[in-house]
Design a binder for this molecule. Structure first.
Ligand SMILES: O=C(O)CCC(=O)C(=O)O
Ligand SMILES: [Fe+2]
Length: 697
């Protein structure tokens, strides 16, 4: 039996059965549910149906039963009458051509945090979900089901009051304007939210208690939510190598908000959203939604419908956390679709700081400038008034291309393959990149794949270039989304000619096959040459093929972050010394980099070397050394390396036996190890939150 694919709030078959009983036997429902008579529906109870199907029918049944039994009460806001002018000549919101898939959010069981063996992994899962999705769902969250159910009951009752009463009467002694509906600023249908809400500042929840149930429930819930939010914030801050105290101190319970949402059935769902696409302007949101489908989020440029999971709470990262984490945690755009048949309820708890709280990125220079919450809030309100929508964090981005010309050239990222290895480099030119690879290793090593580069062409030591940057290259979109190769190329975060050419296995195999079957292949100048002949070095050779799309994505993510910090005119060079004669001795580095680049990890801690490395560590702020050491040590342990790093009290340099790995026969270097190295670099980067990084070649 095919049903409409709508999930209702009916929790089980018993509830379903009671709905069915509500429908008078004479009622024909065929005009409501395509092709099914009431008789058939009744039988549906008896046949074994998938739960979704049953719930689908119930949804309809419930509406019918409500329509039939409840006196007509005008509790829904007069959307059609009020926004009438917006409907004339309006197109459907352009979502109907989109294929929106359903997704399950990463599910995290918070009880694992109390298990010694599981806690670290659980924290990591939270950090990963916040970085990759910006959304996740939690179970064992400590908020009693009964409390949530009581709140839902009260919420339904509040919204069931006649519309006039909702607009004219103050809700208990909460703020006057706590009731909202529609979108007062809407100038087009796509700005209109087909929903109503009570927006309740929790500062008012601890006013002299009344005996009202709703006040008691809100009071109780807000305490539990605050506790939960603090727990999550601690974990997320820890993931950034920071401490959650700042956030907890600034986001006290009375700064936070509770929002009770109701999405009434909407007769024109193709033309209007339940809640327009937005990001939340807070640090963190805890959402309790019912079983009616509607919430959607944007991931990788596509919208996904979040499958409701009645036993979980949904957590999403807000703008402030994205800024504070310098873009590591994503404040993801989301929206609620309106539903022609069903009403939907949700409750959101917004973790907000006081207006005076200053939000500063965890990395300096950060992607976003320093701002206060009050300032941000005002800007958002102003944008909504003027443009009908929020601009959000993009306003706070450093747009360096608008600043005075940079004295340094635009940095490039290179995936460079020598005969021996493949490296990710950031350098001023391909020549520099090759030179880096030959002398010391910037960044990290990847398993070699794709084209070969002839190293015979020996580049000279490059001089710092004074050329003005290509300003377009500084353009970076604040999508907060997963980076894709094309997106990055489109954003010009990487110059097209230096973009990494991503190919999946199939494409690579085809290229190789074509090369084998042809007697000649074109070199980078387009001249034919024998396959197997090493191609002369060229910028084209840098467009290497990388086997796994996934690897590329990770790589891009790292590039993106590396790129971001270059926006502040400083460059990050993550060096690991090889200590080969001409390579990374401090003297050579100084000469080469003009003391603008620092060694942050070195090789074995032989006494001489550790002295050297200590000196180099001395270039960063002393306070940062333990953090860096701790981070690199953690990673070292993860990779399974024996290093002396990781002891924060240790005054010795981080000693990752990093190069031992790259000397292992190439075949043994798995993709995973490549990934671990990527993560290694990313971690070093994130760990360097206050580290003044500099240097360019
Ligand atoms: O109702 C929902 O599922 C989402 C609500 C929401 O995004 C909000 O209130 O900011
Ligand atoms: Fe939201």
């Amino acid at each position: 039996m095919k049903v409409l694919g709508i999930v209702s709030e009916a929790r089980d078959l018993n509830q379903f059965a009671s709905f069915i009983k509500c429908i008078p036997a004479t009622q024909s429902i065929s005009k409501h549910i395509k092709g099914y008579s009431f008789g058939e529906l009744k039988e549906a109870k008896l046949v074994s149906l998938g739960r979704m199907e049953v719930l689908g029918i119930v949804s309809e049944a419930r509406e019918l039963s409500q329509a039939h039994t409840a006196p007509v009460m005008d509790h829904s806001p007069p959307f059609l009458a009020t926004y009438k002018s917006l409907f004339d000549g309006q197109q459907a919101i352009d979502t109907d051509t989109e294929v929106v898939e359903c997704c399950d959010l990463p599910l995290i069981d918070l009880s694992r945090l109390n298990d010694v063996l599981e806690a670290a992994q659980c924290k990591q899962d939270i950090v990963t979900a916040a970085s990759e999705w910006g959304f996740f769902q939690i179970v064992s969250h400590g908020i009693p089901d009964g409390l949530l159910a009581r709140l839902r009951e009260e919420q339904v009752q509040m919204f069931r009051q006649p519309f006039k009463q909702k607009t004219s009467e103050k809700l208990l002694d909460f703020d006057d304007d706590s009731y909202r509906w529609g979108t007062p600023t809407a100038t087009s249908l796509k700005h209109l939210s087909w929903s109503e809400a009570y927006h309740i500042p929790l500062s008012s929840s601890n006013k002299p208690a009344t005996s009202s149930t709703i006040r008691c429930v809100i009071e109780e819930l807000s305490l539990a939510m605050t506790q939960l939010a603090n727990q999550l914030v601690d974990t997320l801050a820890e993931g950034l190598g920071r401490d959650g105290t700042y956030m907890k101190e600034n986001c006290t319970r009375n700064m936070c908000y509770l929002r009770l949402n109701r999405y009434p059935p909407c007769p024109i769902p193709a033309q209007v959203f339940g809640l327009v696409p937005h990001t939340d302007s807070d640090f963190l949101t805890i959402l309790c939604q019912d079983e009616v489908i509607g919430l959607q989020l944007k991931k990788g440029g596509r919208w996904f419908t979040v499958r409701p999971n009645p036993n979980t709470l949904v957590i999403n990262i807000g703008d402030l956390f994205q800024a504070w984490s310098n873009g590591l945690y994503k404040s993801v755009e989301h929206r609620v679709m309106s539903n022609p048949h069903l009403e939907r309820f949700s409750v959101a708890y917004f973790m907000c700081p006081s207006n005076e709280t200053v939000i500063e990125s965890s990395a300096q220079p950060g992607t976003y400038r320093k701002f206060s919450f009050g300032e941000y809030r005002q800007q958002v309100q102003q944008d909504v008034r003027r443009m009908g929508h929020k601009v959000g964090l993009t306003r706070l981005r450093h747009h360096f291309h608008l600043c005075s010309p940079a004295p340094l050239p635009t940095p490039f990222f290179f995936l460079l393959q020598t005969k021996k290895s493949l490296f990710l480099h950031m350098a001023a030119s391909p020549v520099t990149a090759v030179w880096n690879a030959r002398t010391s290793h910037a960044s990290f090593y990847l398993p070699p794949v794709g084209l070969q580069v002839d190293e015979r062409e020996s580049p000279t030591v490059p001089q710092p270039s004074t050329a003005a940057p290509d300003t377009t290259a500084f353009y970076a979109q604040d999508s907060g989304e997963e980076a894709s190769t094309t997106q990055l190329a489109a954003d010009r975060m990487i110059q097209p000619r230096d973009a990494i050419y991503a190919a999946d296995d199939v494409e690579l195999r085809q290229t190789k096959r074509a090369a084998r079957s042809s007697s000649t292949i074109p070199d980078w100048r387009g001249r034919r040459c024998k396959p197997g002949k090493q191609l002369p070095f060229s910028p084209h050779c840098l467009q290497l093929m990388v086997l796994k799309q996934q690897l590329v994505r990770q790589l891009m993510e790292v590039c993106r972050h590396l790129y971001r910090i270059t926006l502040g005119r400083t460059r990050l060079m993550v060096w690991t010394c090889r200590l080969k004669p001409m390579a990374a001795t401090p003297r050579v580095l100084d000469r080469m980099l003009g003391r603008r680049s620092y060694v942050i990890a070195s090789q074995q801690p032989s006494p001489a070397r550790s002295k050297q490395a200590l000196d180099l560590h001395g270039l960063c702020s002393a306070a940062q050394v333990p953090t860096i050491m701790q981070l690199t040590g953690q990673i070292a342990t993860e990779i399974g390396l024996q290093g002396s790093g990781g002891r924060s009290s240790c005054q010795r340099p981080v000693a990752l036996d990093f190069w031992k790995q790259s000397r292992t026969p190439r075949k043994e270097l798995s993709m995973e190890k490549g990934l671990v190295r990527l993560i290694f670099v990313a971690c070093i980067y994130f760990g360097l939150s206050h580290f003044k990084i500099g240097g360019s070649i």
